[in-house]
Design a protein around this ligand. Structure first.
Ligand code: NAD
Length: 259
């Protein structure tokens, strides 16, 4: 379906972004990768996607830096012509009560989890509109729909990206470009493993129990959402069947938001 199309997935060296990149490549897309990590591991990811027939490039832009984001978009467009599928996925977390929340962590979360999507969209959209085809997929979170304590910056950024998604969906409503958000519940990635480890240390319990408690507290299915499930949803949102899905904030959360 995506043969001849190009996807840029931010934060695709790990977790959800990596699996979305794999799913889009498996569907035929060329993929521009981004994110931090060991050079040899990133080269391995490129090789893996190339073995599936994808052309790839990697750009290490720090998504908190608008000038580096501009360079990422310019390089992807010069290599592939244009970006057809833009997946804004890069994200970080910090957990603390608001009185103890370090202001520089607030700024980093807003920059990486929210403002980076403003920059990638404003820069990639003109060529999508020109081609009258495009898919913008913002990886928000169930925290874009409901809050949890001690996550003020993350919740604010994720509610913000759901709002950004709706505004962009309206601005592109009469074009072949769609913009939607995916709102996952708990997915077992390094971002969540850190919260499990912190919980185990704080409550002096083993990591298995910390994991079970973390799930039981919020996610009625008591099972993690898998990155592969999110990759499959991203591929669906790129399909013709999804061309009238616009401005959605699609929760994939084991029932979290239904409570
Ligand atoms: P992860 O830590 O496995 O991956 C994060 C990716 O973002 C990595 O590739 C990392 O290198 C990259 N990144 C971080 N800071 C960056 C920066 N400044 N510039 C460029 N890249 C940067 O985490 P994940 O769980 O896969 O998270 C991916 C997205 O999914 C995030 O937006 C996160 O908020 C969202 N999300 C995760 C969960 C979950 O339970 N894991 C749930 C809902 C939403």
């Amino acid at each position: 379906m995506l043969k001849g199309r190009t996807a840029l997935v931010t934060g695709s060296t790990s977790g959800i972004g990596l699996e979305i990149a794999r799913a889009l490549a498996a569907d035929g897309a060329n993929v521009a990768l981004n994110g931090f990590g060991d050079a040899a591991v990133i080269a391995g990811i490129e090789k893996e996607l190339q073995a599936r027939g994808a052309r790839t490039l990697y750009h290490g832009a720090d998504m908190s830096k608008p000038a580096e984001i501009a360079d990422l978009i310019a390089q992807a467009e010069s290599e592939f012509g244009r970006i057809d599928v833009l997946v804004n996925n890069a994200g970080i977390q910090h957990v603390a009560n608001i009185e103890e929340f370090p202001p520089e962590r607030w700024d980093a979360i807003i920059a990486i989890n929210l403002s980076s999507a403003f920059h990638t969209i404003r820069l990639a959209l003109p060529k999508m509109k020109q081609a009258n085809w495009g898919r913008i997929i913002n990886v928000a979170s169930v925290h874009g729909l409901v809050a949890s304590a001690q996550k003020s910056a993350y919740v604010a950024a994720k509610h913000g990206i759901v709002g950004l998604t709706k505004a962009v969906a309206l601005e592109t409503a009469t074009t072949g470009v769609t913009c939607n958000a995916i709102c996952p519940g708990w997915v077992l990635t390094p971002l969540v493993q850190k919260q499990i480890d912190d919980r185990a240390a704080r409550e002096k319990i083993d990591k298995g129990r910390a994991r079970t408690e973390l799930l039981a507290e919020k996610q009625p299915s008591r099972e993690f959402v898998t990155p592969e499930q999110l990759g499959a949803l991203a591929v669906f949102l790129c399909s013709d069947a999804a061309s009238q899905i616009r401005g959605a904030a699609w929760n994939v959360d084991g029932g979290w938001y239904a409570q």
